[in-house]
Design a binder for this molecule. Sequence first.
Ligand SMILES: [Ca+2]
Ligand SMILES: [Ca+2]
Length: 294
Amino acid sequence: MADDVYGNSDFHQQTGQRKHQDRERYQAPARDDDNEVDYENIEDSIEMEEKKTNQTEAFKEEVKSQTATNHNVCGTKSIVFLYVLLIASSVTWAALLSLLFVKCTSEIQTLKTLLTEKDSEIAAVLQDLRTTQKILQDNDSQLSVLVTSFGNDMSHLISKVCIETCPCEWLSFNEACYYFSKKRANWHKAKESCNSKNASLAVISSNQELDYLKSRIGSTHHWLGLSDSETEGSWKWLDGRPVEKRQVLANDAFWNSGEPNNAANNEDCGLLTSSKLNDIPCNSEEHWICEMKL
Ligand SMILES: [Ca+2]
Ligand SMILES: [Ca+2]
């Protein structure tokens, strides 16, 4: 027979066999009075034995029940412990996640605040730059006005200075002003042009003046205030003095070789060349020199 959880299977078998033997022996016909007394004693012993057996069985049942109870208590405690552990772990993770969330939220808020401050600083810098740009534009406009005004003032000042010395575009030499035309015209129009400037076609009074004018004209030819229109062969300056009476301008040093030749009987106006003078027709288109005494 297999043992129970307490290992008492033999005990149950032996107890049952002994009870059966006792009942067979005691249920046998009584042989006499002495046997009756023994029989009672034996019955008491059997009852006592049965009580003990019952107490043992009850104890076993109690132990079994207590053991089961203990097993249930231990299982319940384990489950409770696991629940508690699970809850504690969950609470710990929740706390850690909450701390992490709070920390991240705080850092994000700090970054937002920093970005807001930087945006404000950039906006302030841009505003300053716009203000500076506006000021520079205003200053540029004012400067342009000042430059224009300065240019006008300079032009006025230069004109005044030129009037006190020589007119602008005129050259000064030995207390006289000379104008070298950029256009060409015949001798009479050239003379009128000089007269319109309160001057006259140039009249040469010295070799120095002649050298100066020749140095200014280069290779181009220019009309002078010299003509023999009134009397052929009698050359006079526009101031009325004849050429031959100028001591410094003798004919040999004044005219080009072979001049004046009155070619084609039509050369009555004097022209200054790069070397010396020549007589050519007065209707020729040439540059001219005006002279103004200071
Ligand atoms: Ca002539
Ligand atoms: Ca000639």
